[in-house]
Design a binder for this molecule. Structure first.
Ligand code: ADP
Ligand code: ADP
Ligand code: ZN
Length: 225
């Protein structure tokens, strides 16, 4: 372990917990790169790669894409030069197999996990958050029908774009399956990382800025300046 290796932070939490929202804010604040396997998979689907073709139907149904596909995509992305400033993993790992694969990758790159933060929200809030979510197609900024509306309706605060997108899997049908996958396959990682001594939990039911303040505090104490 080297103390000046690029930091690795992980945001855990169910769909709609606020991982993407918070990761973007932390990216801006600390200069780390947000790595969202959901975004990487959606890009693979849009590009029509073999991985994207295999992932498409699984994602629409709200299931988890195979560990091998996700690990391969993440490994390639982590090797890109911009990750040298540190990364915030958003939506990875989601299974114990992925967590162990990440441990092995980090041994190779002489990095370690500085902090895993679980964003805790109750199931009802998660459904409301996912159902009202939309995103700027130009820059990826996330919004919500009720909880985060742009200053001018339909215009992105961040880039001025007007093309707002809703995700194909943010449907009532898929949300049930995604929640089930979270409880069965991802929630066990809370104990896994607790056992490694790197876990913190944050009540993510609060307002976006309050959750952000809690995360900033945790990260400042977890990552050596
Ligand atoms: P995740 O990446 O965990 O799936 P997002 O960051 O996309 O979650 O957030 C889901 C939706 O909820 C988005 O529409 C976002 O604007 C909104 N949101 C995020 N955090 C909060 C919060 N603390 N309170 C209310 N709404 C939130
Ligand atoms: P959210 O956090 O809002 O559920 P993501 O954008 O992280 O959404 O993920 C969307 C979908 O992409 C998931 O429902 C799943 O099908 C797939 N996916 C993303 N990350 C992973 C992963 N680490 N392992 C398996 N499937 C994944
Ligand atoms: Zn935008």
């Amino acid at each position: 372990m080297t103390t000046n290796a690029p930091p690795v932070l992980i945001l855990l939490g169910p769909p709609g917990a606020g991982k993407g929202t918070q990761a973007r804010m932390l990216e801006e604040q600390f200069g780390y790169v947000q790595l969202s396997t959901g975004d990487l998979l959606r890009a693979a689907v849009a590009a029509g790669t073999d991985a994207g073709k295999a992932a498409d139907a699984v994602m629409k149904a709200g299931g988890l894409v195979s560990d091998q596909i996700v690990i391969d995509i993440l490994r390639d992305r982590l090797a890109e030069p911009d990750c040298a400033t540190g990364v915030i993993l958003d939506g990875f790992p989601r299974t114990t197999v992925q967590a162990k694969a990440l441990d092995a990758l980090l041994v190779e790159s002489k990095q370690r996990i500085d902090s895993v933060i679980s964003l805790d929200v109750d199931d009802a809030a998660m459904v409301t958050r996912v159902a009202g979510r939309y995103t700027c197609a130009s820059c990826g900024e996330g919004y919500h029908d009720t909880f985060k509306v742009p200053a001018t309706a339909g215009v992105c605060d961040n880039c001025g774009g007007t093309d707002m997108k809703r995700r194909a899997d943010d449907t009532v049908e898929a949300v049930g399956a995604r929640l089930e996958a979270y409880h069965a396959q991802t929630a066990p990682l809370i104990d896994y990382y607790d056992g490694h001594g790197v876990l913190s939990r944050v009540d993510a039911m609060g307002q976006i800025n309050d959750v952000a303040a809690a995360l900033r505090g945790l990260i400042k104490s977890a990552v050596p300046a």
